[in-house]
Design a protein around this ligand. Structure first.
Ligand SMILES: [Zn+2]
Length: 375
């Protein structure tokens, strides 16, 4: 299939117009200008971008990854796929050791089928002070044996773990995860600037939802935000929904790290679903007007974002350049997770792409060479 479009964001290059040749499940060629022969599909008003890569998703379409139920996982995957996310991680909130081990084992079976790119454990090694929507009674300090047990249950599919480095054993856990090839993320943390720096030195590679659920940026105690933003190699996740961060904070981070910003949805079950009452682990979450909050404390409890909506917000409201935004939703998260063949429109890569209209609304989604949404 040869496809031509008004704009193709690879995202290393922007071709306007551009074209793309798909052969089987892979991209064969990408180029600028008019296509080498008449295109099979002409989309002169469209922007074509790589399929989105979301490293932080708890659920969608009314379902959660938490219990590891295959039907629920498939529902969540399908909900995000329809909005352009062709690669996603299953993020699990804090739960008891037994329940997490069971969920991790079940989701590892699905990841074996490549339904999911892997598992992201968000907790249970988080700060009580910045627990956010995590059950504070289940938060613990990381112990090497517990870390090992969860990695073993995941059989190589646990790719990312968010933890608070200031906890007893926190820095050792970061070293243990990094040595096992797992991305250690710092988040839900009361770390000072110095502790955050030590965590990055120990191998932590990313900050989980920067600004949210962490000690704030203060000029005399700049905390994890400054440590993450000034570090030359670490990534920062941002939830661009207009609720989690002010557009100015989003711009500040994205401009500080144009190549290391990762847009995430942090979506819970209500993403691509209706308002109402939901569960996040054992806690009840109420969603009104698309904003998810814990029923008892009112803390923000994840988002109802789709990645397409995050991209639209970052471009249209925050005013960031489309190539930076697309990179943050595709190539950067793929590189962070060490996923080859996804996150860019490049020869040899999976034919995963999203067709956006001139308002950046999803029109069609192609995954591994097959249309999965739109026609
Ligand atoms: Zn979180």
């Amino acid at each position: 299939m040869l496809l031509s479009a008004g704009r193709v964001v690879t995202p290393a290059r922007v071709f306007a117009p551009g074209w793309l040749q798909v052969e089987g499940q892979r991209i064969a060629e990408v180029g600028p200008g008019a296509p080498p022969r008449p295109a099979d599909l002409e989309l002169p008003a469209a922007t074509v971008v790589p399929g989105f890569v979301d490293t932080h998703v708890h659920g969608g379409g009314g379902a959660s990854f938490d219990g590891g139920d295959p039907e629920a996982c498939a529902t969540a995957v399908r909900a995000h796929l329809a909005h352009g996310t062709t690669t996603m991680m299953a993020s699990l909130v804090t739960a008891s050791a037994e329940s997490l081990r069971a969920s991790v084992g079940l989701i590892a079976d699905l990841a074996d089928d490549r339904l999911l790119a892997g598992i992201h454990l968000e907790g249970p090694w988080l700060s009580r002070r910045y627990a956010g929507a995590h059950d504070p009674e289940l938060l613990t300090d990381p112990k090497p044996a517990h870390v090992d047990a969860l990695l073993e249950a995941g059989r190589g599919h646990v790719r990312m773990v968010t933890l608070a480095p200031e906890l007893t054993g926190g820095l050792d856990a970061i070293r243990q995860l990094t040595a096992a090839g797992v991305v250690a993320a710092i988040g839900h943390t009361d770390a000072t600037y110095d502790v955050a720096r030590a965590a990055l030195d120990a191998g932590a590679g990313v900050g989980t939802h920067l600004f949210n659920a962490m000690r704030g940026l203060h000029h005399r105690e700049p905390g994890p935000v400054a440590a993450l933003l000034e570090h030359p190699d670490t990534y920062v996740e941002l939830v661009a929904d207009g609720v989690h961060v002010h557009p100015a904070a989003l711009r500040l981070a994205a401009r500080a790290k144009p190549h290391l910003t990762v847009l995430v949805t942090d979506a819970m079950a209500a993403a691509a679903a209706a308002d109402g009452d939901y569960h996040l682990g054992r806690l009840t979450v109420t969603v009104r007007d698309g904003v998810a909050r814990l029923a008892d404390t009112g803390a923000i409890a994840g988002s109802t974002l789709t990645m397409a909506a995050a991209v639209r917000y970052a471009v249209q409201v925050a005013g960031l350049p489309i190539e930076d935004v697309v990179r943050a939703a595709t190539a950067s998260p793929a590189t962070l997770l060490g996923l080859d063949r996804v996150g860019a429109l490049r020869p040899g890569f999976d034919a995963d792409l999203v067709v956006l209209d001139d308002d950046l609304v999803v029109q069609r989604v192609l995954r591994k060479g097959a249309w999965v949404a739109g026609t």
